[in-house]
Design a protein around this ligand. Structure first.
Ligand SMILES: [Zn+2]
Ligand SMILES: [Zn+2]
Length: 218
């Protein structure tokens, strides 16, 4: 950091970095800082989208977590709409919202299970996902693998600034569709017996292209 004599107490700027080996997001300026309570760091708690692996998903509020970015969430909702469900897959980690997903109608015994909690372990903030189905464990594993695959294709490795990763791995309807296909196949393998068209990349891409623009796109 550059320190100017007259501004020694100026707060250091936050820089989001991503660990491409485990898909973890952190602040490069304030590593290990407990968030979101610590005022020294301006970066909100966030994760990489578990579907496209190319966008940041910020926490919505302290006890509400999302796993998919705005575009991928909209895609998931659009595929579920013909079935009269709010979403196809549980991707908010909130029991009331997860119960609106088609997944909950298919697996009612699993629907109430998901809870997300945010805590603190010493100087490190933590996010814990608890539930009765294994989909959240599959989601975490898939996100790590998806980010690693995107990074490899972009020629990046290690820990890099998020803006560099985002520039090297831009989003597109094709990338969103391919990412969603990989996500839903790995995390919710029941989907091919319900909506087999998700395996048709051309169909999926056309659905993405009809989505309204995400106002929160970043
Ligand atoms: Zn920071
Ligand atoms: Zn996404």
């Amino acid at each position: 950091m550059v320190s100017l004599p007259d501004h020694d107490d100026a707060p250091a700027a936050c820089v989001r970095v991503v660990d491409l080996d485990d898909a973890g997001l952190a602040c490069g300026t304030h590593p290990g800082t407990p968030r979101p309570w610590a005022r020294v760091c301006d970066l909100p708690v966030a994760s990489v989208c578990a579907s496209c692996a190319r966008r940041v998903v910020p926490i919505r509020h302290r006890f509400s977590w999302s796993f998919l970015c705005g575009t991928c969430s909209a895609l998931d909702r659009a595929i579920a709409a013909p079935y009269g469900a709010a979403a196809l897959t549980p991707h908010h980690g909130q029991a009331d919202e997860d119960r609106g997903a088609l997944w909950a109608r298919l697996f009612p015994d699993r629907a109430p299970g998901t809870r997300v909690s945010i805590g603190r372990d010493g100087d490190v903030h933590t996010q814990t996902i608890a539930g009765t189905d294994a989909w959240h464990a599959r989601l975490g594993a898939h996100r790590t693998a998806a980010v690693a695959a995107v990074a490899t294709a972009a020629g990046l490795a290690g820990t890099v600034e998020w803006t560099r990763f985002a520039a090297a791995a831009p989003t597109s309807p094709e990338a969103t569709a391919a990412g969603y296909l990989a996500y839903v196949t790995a995390v919710h393998p029941w989907v091919d017996s319900v909506e087999p068209r998700v395996a048709d990349l051309a169909w999926l891409t056309a659905v993405v292209e009809r989505l309204p623009a995400d106002p929160l796109e970043r």
